[in-house]
Structures are given as structure tokens and as C-alpha cells.
Design a protein around this ligand. Structure first.
Ligand SMILES: *Cc1c(COP(=O)(O)O)cnc(C)c1O
Length: 400
């Protein structure tokens, strides 16, 4: 019997759109790559990107920076998080999240994940009380939004400031409110693997004038903050400009030029991602031993990756599924592996943080598989991939 094999590449993104290439070439021809190196009367690509991104989210203020990790760090610093402060965060997230907390010498307090792959709100309440932490770095890991209404209710009640890590939810929303607009700050990444691609880059939004003034000074605005067009008025900088260190992490005009046309295309790209996602989800639903993660009606998703659970599966059996799929060209990541590999490190791999025990997260990650869905795949590709995963999961269960 010949087995179906998939030949697509799971890390192949689409090319940068021609309009973005033209805009990038124009910036290079001008020689004005630094955001503050603008010609008389010119606003510059970075300031325009900030205005457009703020408008797309209905945010008052926006700052473009060097990376998503930088955006999170600037938000933590602006909020005043410092050495040995405790910051609540997801036990299931990616390394730059605890890394941003460690970068300000603060301590991450990890919160359990649920089977919906969102932060466990009961554990959040308990750990907020036990740790006394007043800041939550909430990671919408792999695009899953928790019940944001309940989360904000809990955090408001307990006086916890919420910073949202929207690296996987740019374009997503909860009950129509865009991801990143529920907390004090929303942080986004424009790194190649995210939803708009400038190689590296980040964006930060807030409606709070004092917070944004600090973030702008932190990013390395010197005394040129008046060149920002998605910034609070000059008065907001009156004291902040003397009190805030310059921790350079600006975005440049070249990256912003590449991002602006992609931002305009984002809604159409989200629709394409979701078509791939729903095709895979439908194909995998009702596979014995496999649980798809049902998405709540309140959530507007961006299906740039998909996760499934194989509850109760043994480590050997899940390794066999990953290896079987790999041999047939389908790249799955297992978040439960004892040793961190590629992007799949988890809370117990981050040994710079105090040792913590998250039994529920351990149990869920032991059966969690993750797959990227690049837009270079078609819906037909999604069907082939689905058939391979179904086969491999079913044969692992027969052998188990
Ligand atoms: C990529 C990522 C970040 C940070 O983005 P960088 O731009 O790479 O610094 C933050 N959180 C999550 C969950 C990510 O995947």
C-alpha cells in the first residue's frame, strides 16, 4: 500500500508583497532609514505605520519597536516593574515572555493552562492572592483567547495591571474587541513567523498617555518625541523626558515600509488562515483518541497554527505519532517532550526562574501537538495533511 506523503514546507512564508518591496526600495533610495531621519515635511514610514496600526485597533497611541520581546519589556518598564517584583504569566507560552520578565530582573509566577489552551482563571486568582503580584503578562499563546471579560473582571477586582502578549493574535478579537485592547498595553511581533513579516519588529499600543510617553522615551526617542504622530501631546513628556532612560529599541523606516502594505492586507490574510484552519479542524474532528480544541463563539480567531490534544497518550505513543507524521512530511511539535527542542521550551526549561510545579499544565502538554499553517499551503494541502495525521494517530492507538 502506498502511503500519502506531503511535500510542502512548514516554515515557508509567502513572499513580501510587491507594493512592500517597492516601498522598501524607495526608502533605501532615500538613504533615510532611521525613523527620525525625515526630509522636511515628511512624516516617515515608522510614524505612518504607528498611525495606521493604532487606527486598525481603535487605539489612541502606538509605538513601533525592534521586536515583540522589546515591546513587552518596554511595557513592563513603563508600568514600573523592577528587580524581584513578581509578574504573573502563562506556564504555557514561548520563551520571550518569561525572558521579558527576567530582563527587568523580575520573577515570573507561572499560571496553569486549561484544556482550551488558555490561562486557568481560578489558578490566576489563587496565585495573584498568594504572590501579591500586581502585574499580569498575559500571553495569548498560539492564538487562544481566554474569557477576556472574566479575566478583566478578576484583574480589576484584584488591582492587577494587564499587559497582553498578542504575538499570535494580531487580527484576532474577543467579543469584537481586538486582542491587545483589553489590558493596559497590547504587544505585537512582526517577526517572520507571525502575522505580518518584517524579519524582526514589534508594536505596542495603549490609550494611556503617561504610559505611552514612557514607552516612547524608553525606545530611544531622544528629545524627538514630537515627531511621533500616534503619541500623546508634548505635555505628557514634561517630566517623563528627564526620568526615563533610553533603552534603544526603535523600528526603522525600512521595516515599517515593508509592514504597511501587509497591515492593509491583514484582514484578507486572516480569512485565508482561517480557511486552512477550519479545513484541518474539520478533517481531524471525530478522530478516535484525538480532541480538537473547540473555539468559543466570542473568539475571532487567526488560524495561523492549530493544536490538538491526545489525552492520556503515552510518551512513546505520541513520539511515534510525531515520527510517523514527520516521515510523511507533516511537521508536528510536541510540547510535552522532556527536553526543549526548536520553539517548544516550557516553564520547567526556564531555570533562571524560581522552581514551580504546574501539574495540570504538565498533564495537558504531555498530550499537546502543535502545527503551523503557513499561507503557502492550500486548502487541498490541508486535506492531505489531515489524512496523514488521522492515519498516524489511529495506528498509534491500535498499537498502544
Ligand atoms: C514570537 C513571540 C513573542 C516575541 O516576539 P519577538 O518579536 O520574537 O521578540 C512573544 N510571545 C510569543 C508567544 C511569541 O511567539
Amino acid at each position: 500500500m502506498t502511503q500519502t506523503v506531503f511535500t510542502g514546507n512548514f516554515t515557508q512564508q509567502e513572499p513580501i508583497p510587491e507594493a512592500a518591496i517597492d516601498a522598501a526600495v524607495a526608502v533605501m533610495r532615500s538613504g533615510r532609514l532611521h525613523r527620525y531621519n525625515t526630509a522636511p515635511g515628511d512624516v516617515g514610514e515608522v510614524a505612518q505605520l504607528e498611525q495606521e496600526f493604532a487606527a486598525s485597533l481603535g487605539a489612541k497611541y502606538c509605538l513601533a519597536v525592534a521586536s515583540g520581546g522589546y515591546a513587552m519589556g518596554a511595557a513592563l518598564r513603563a508600568v514600573g516593574v523592577g528587580p524581584s517584583d513578581k509578574v504573573l504569566t502563562n506556564g504555557f507560552t514561548l520563551a520571550p515572555v518569561p525572558g521579558a520578565i527576567a530582563a527587568v530582573n523580575a520573577e515570573p509566577v507561572f499560571v496553569e493552562v486549561t484544556e482550551a489552551l488558555t490561562i486557568d482563571l481560578d489558578d490566576l486568582s489563587a496565585k495573584a492572592a498568594a504572590s501579591g503580584s500586581k502585574v499580569l503578562m498575559l500571553s495569548h499563546m498560539r492564538g487562544h483567547l481566554c474569557d477576556m471579560d472574566r479575566l478583566i473582571e478578576i484583574c480589576d477586582r484584584d488591582g492587577i495591571v494587564v499587559i497582553e502578549d498578542c504575538a499570535h493574535t494580531m487580527g484576532g478579537a474577543w467579543r469584537g474587541v481586538p486582542s491587545g485592547r483589553h489590558g493596559l498595553f497590547g504587544c505585537y511581533s512582526t517577526q517572520t513567523y507571525k502575522h505580518i513579516n518584517s524579519g524582526e519588529g514589534g508594536l505596542l499600543v495603549t490609550d494611556d498617555a503617561a504610559m505611552m510617553a514612557k514607552a516612547i522615551m524608553l525606545s530611544g526617542s531622544y528629545m524627538l518625541f514630537e515627531r511621533h504622530t500616534a503619541a500623546p501631546p508634548t505635555e505628557a513628556f514634561a517630566e517623563v523626558k528627564y526620568l526615563t532612560p533610553n533603552v534603544s529599541g526603535r523600528m526603522d523606516n525600512l521595516r515599517a515600509a515593508i509592514l504597511r502594505p501587509q497591515l492593509a492586507d491583514l484582514p484578507a490574510q486572516v480569512a485565508r488562515w482561517n480557511a486552512l484552519y477550519r479545513a484541518v479542524e474539520e478533517g481531524l474532528r471525530n478522530t478516535p483518541g484525538l480532541q480538537v480544541i473547540e473555539r468559543p463563539a466570542e473568539e475571532s480567531i487567526v488560524g495561523s497554527s492549530i493544536q490538538v490534544l491526545l489525552p492520556g497518550i503515552s510518551p512513546d505513543a505520541i513520539e511515534a505519532v510525531v515520527a510517523g507524521c514527520q516521515a510523511r512530511g507533516v511537521e508536528l511539535k510536541w510540547f510535552g517532550a522532556p527536553e526543549p527542542a526548536a520553539f517548544t521550551s516550557r516553564y520547567d526549561s526556564w531555570r533562571y526562574a524560581p522552581v514551580q510545579s504546574l501539574p495540570q499544565t504538565d498533564r495537558i502538554l504531555a498530550g499537546l501537538l502543535d502545527m503551523r499553517l503557513p499561507l503557502t499551503f492550500s486548502v487541498d494541502d490541508a486535506r492531505v495533511i489531515t489524512e496523514i495525521i488521522r492515519d498516524e494517530v489511529m495506528s498509534a492507538h491500535v498499537e498502544a
